[in-house]
Write a protein that binds this ligand. Sequence first.
Ligand code: ATP
Ligand code: AMO
Length: 470
Amino acid sequence: GRQWTKVELLAPVMRDQVVLIRGRVQTIRPVGKKIAFVVVRERGFTVQCVLTVKPELVSAQMVKFATSLSKESIVDVEGVVTVPEKPITGATQQQVEVQISKLYCVNKAVPTLPINIEDAARSDVEIEQALEKGEQLVRVNQDTRLNYRILDMRTPANQGIFRIQCQVENIFRQFLLSEGFVGIHTPKLIGGSSEGGSAVFRLDYKGQPACLAQSPQLHKQMAICGDFGRVFEIGPVFRAEDSFTHRHLCEFTGLDVEMEIKEHYSEVMDIVDRLFVTIFDSLNDKCKKELEAIGRQYPFEPLKYFRGDKKTLRLTFEEGVQMLKEAGIEVDPFGDLNTESERKLGQLVAKKYGTDFYILHKYPLAVRPFYTMPCYDNPAYSNSFDVFIRGEEIISGAQRVHVPEFLAKRAEECGIDVKTISTYIDSFRYGAPPHGGFGVGLERVVMLFCALNNIRKTSLFPRDPQRIAP
Ligand code: ATP
Ligand code: AMO
């Protein structure tokens, strides 16, 4: 086969080399009948290719043909790499040009597109500037983006977002494997709701009532009863959320962990701590181009977190309530924090401790699920925690109740029909080790790491209360 070069890798050191690239036509600018500039894009990176009439090599016919190509058509370009004198602006535009000798259209796109990729790739500031200059452009709204998601995906920012997502998942797996965790898969069709509450999709399972799993909670704990010691799962999670918010989806990707505890639930928080610092470090070190592409369209401050040997900040719920109180915000010390007070606390923590990433633990028992272990010395509190990025929750976790009689009692107290989870409760009758774990929303991690304003931006094909297509 012929040697193909990726647009991403084109660089000034390749001056005078003949390269062959495949990409999409982003724009074509004809200059008279003898010259055309064709910007070719591949995976979010673009390069300007120049077609100039040259005897024996490029005919006027070819320039005419190039000019007729529709945007987003796929083309093969062969040509010599040159380095223009003026530097080229744009993070994803390569610092070279290709002087076209051959141009083939591999497949053409329809002439009118529902989304213009260049418009879809602009930042708010760039849109304002363009409008001021009187340029013609269409603001692409969220629904249009999602309706034509495969076009929207082609922007450099989106190419970055989903590569970042893949890296988070990859490091999650690698880190846990290196710590002796075993990857498992639990059923998504289950007999009763795993988190209680109303946000569950119910369905008919061959005549029996069933649910789509709201989490792997019950089965990941059962795997601990089955002596796997430390487990993790990456899989879909279903929540029949009623309201339309910027951070809730009806289907998301859960990163779940469950592990035996030897002495204290802080062992679980230690894993959270080292796992996430490893993930953040790796994103900052290995995904520079992706972060730059995202930041160009959606400018954001890099995440502040404690690196190196400094442990991630841990505050108790009580301390959090106190900090809010001192800032003039009264919250119920035994209730849950609402979205607004969580965000406010995030700001106070960032100001006082200089971190956007922290753990809040020892929540009131009353606001945690039935399987949560109460604090030994004060059962009004629990051995549980949430983890926040920029004042928004990415993780919930806890030590679990591992004594079956008490577990059944707690379930009943929380209004759960114990019959529907009897096989779960029975698993603890054959000797269950103390254990705990946590669940992470993958889309939220990416959204908040990059300070994006909507979880739909970090879900490839989002499912929310109003959307089940494409
Ligand atoms: P968890 O299930 O662990 O709590 P979560 O992030 O989905 O994770 P919720 O229980 O849905 O959190 O809600 C946490 C807080 O967010 C609630 O106390 C509530 O104030 C707020 N919240 C939840 N849903 C909405 C909503 N639809 N609109 C506004 N605020 C909401
Ligand atoms: P929780 O219900 O807090 O805990 O969910 C864990 C994490 O999942 C994410 N998340 C969501 N992401 C997108 N859309 C949603 N509708 C949504 N709901 C939750 C959040 C949240 O922190 N079984 C426990 C975990 C455990 O204790 O191990 C659980 O499911 O990032």
